[in-house]
Design a protein around this ligand. Structure first.
Ligand SMILES: NC(=O)c1ccc[n+]([C@@H]2O[C@H](COP(=O)([O-])OP(=O)(O)OC[C@H]3O[C@@H](n4cnc5c(N)ncnc54)[C@H](OP(=O)(O)O)[C@@H]3O)[C@@H](O)[C@H]2O)c1
Length: 369
């Protein structure tokens, strides 16, 4: 039986894949890398996360202490000699400090620790596949383009945040320095919500749309497109990449592509319908950062209790990505047999319903760890 090691299963993407594979535990033995002080605490953290995806308690009981590998990618030397790693046949590496903030662990975890872990797995004789989850944004795409998968050749100054630079760096290191690693690089575009559970698993990035449409102004045009996929689609694609034939040493976007990406105007319409508010299309203004900063004093009355300085910083960062107007080609993924993703606007009402009682400040915390 195959043994699949998933990292990041207490998180958004890793949790969604763990849910998928848990349902197929007759075919897979699962090993989950978790940060915790004990296997019992690690198991508890995993279960708590998977419950957010609507998994039934009975299914969760299939997981035991044996499925838990305690470890921290900031200190890989403390877990990479665990004997269970020699039995691993497939790795799905979702763990990372996925933060737009200035988290001091970004480089240590996303580059140094991840590379040390991948180097260890490259020495496992029976390893058939190592799927590394990168990010489509790590190529620092040109504005107004349809981006196809390519090797990364970016410089630090092309990256707005340390996070995408760290992801670009480790991808290159693994591709160039670990020839024996059966590597597949999956690059999701922007993962927002779940097709059925909305933002219950994570409100990551959803709050940005709510913030922009409440404000009625931002740095993008309403006709700009944005490439969003739901986390369950991303998980299905990652599961496919674990065993798909002839994909070794390739890079594959997990994205909405030209057909399923949407415009901010479409998001405005769907958000208005789901929340019962008036769409902002008639009054929307495209503004620059200085103009956004000028409305800073209105943030608390618009968004509820918040740190206006942090909110403004977030607007600056996400504003940069919002005005890129890029779509990530999904042709390679569709050729592997994945159906197209649903559109963000098809399931956005679930995201609205699941975040109705939360403030922007509460929702955004997840992206500024
Ligand atoms: N969400 C998106 O829109 C998106 C888009 C493209 C690519 N991605 C990529 O997808 C991957 C997962 O992102 P996500 O959105 O699922 O992030 P997430 O919800 O923040 O989950 C991150 C996971 O990584 C784990 N982790 C962090 N630091 C660790 C460490 N030092 N040692 C071991 N595990 C550690 C976390 O564990 P703890 O619970 O212990 O913190 C958590 O399980 C990342 O590689 C990210 O770059 C995400």
């Amino acid at each position: 039986m195959n043994t699949v090691l998933i990292t990041g299963a207490t998180g958004f993407l890793g949790g969604a894949v763990a849910v998928n594979l848990l349902k197929k535990s007759d075919h897979y033995r699962l090993l989950l890398l978790v940060r915790a002080n004990s296997q019992a605490a690690g198991l508890e953290r995993i279960k708590e996360n998977l419950l957010k995806f609507g998994v039934e308690a009975g299914q969760l009981n299939r997981l035991t202490h044996e499925n838990i590998l305690i470890g921290d990618l900031a200190e890989p030397e403390r877990f990479i000699d665990d004997a269970r790693l020699t039995k691993v046949t497939h790795v799905l590496n979702c763990a990372a400090v996925a933060s737009f903030g200035a988290n001091p662990l970004i480089w240590k975890v996303n580059v140094e620790g991840t590379f040390a872990f991948a180097s260890r797995m490259a020495r496992v004789k029976g390893l058939k596949r190592f799927v590394h989850v990168g990010t489509a944004m790590s190529c620092a795409p040109e504005a107004n383009s349809l981006v196809v998968e390519s090797e990364l050749n970016t410089l630090r100054e092309q990256h707005v945040v340390e996070y995408t630079w760290s992801k670009a760096t480790v991808e290159r290191m693994m591709s160039e320095m670990l020839p024996n690693l059966p590597l597949v690089i999956a690059r999701p575009s922007i993962v927002v919500g779940h097709s059925d559970c909305g933002c219950a698993p994570s409100p990551s990035i959803f709050w940005v749309f709510r913030m922009v449409l409440t404000l009625g102004k931002f740095m993008c045009e309403l006709n700009d497109r944005i490439d969003v996929v739901p986390v369950d689609y991303c998980a299905d694609a990652l599961e496919l990449l674990l065993t798909a034939p002839n994909v070794e040493k390739t890079i594959i976007h997990i994205s909405a592509g030209e057909n399923s990406s949407v415009t901010f105007a479409e998001i405005d319409q769907a958000m208005a319908q789901a929340s019962g508010h008036v769409a902002v299309a008639e009054t929307y203004q495209k503004v620059n950062y200085r103009e956004l900063a000028a409305s800073r004093s209105s943030f608390s009355s618009l968004f509820g209790p918040c740190n206006e300085r942090i909110l403004l910083r977030a607007m600056n960062l996400y504003g940069h990505f919002s005005k890129l107007n890029v779509v990530f080609s999904n042709e390679k993924l569709l050729e592997l047999g994945m159906p197209p993703s649903s559109k963000f606007t098809d399931y956005l009402h679930h995201c609205v319903a699941s975040t109705r009682n939360a403030t922007i400040a509460e929702l955004m915390e997840v992206d500024f760890k």
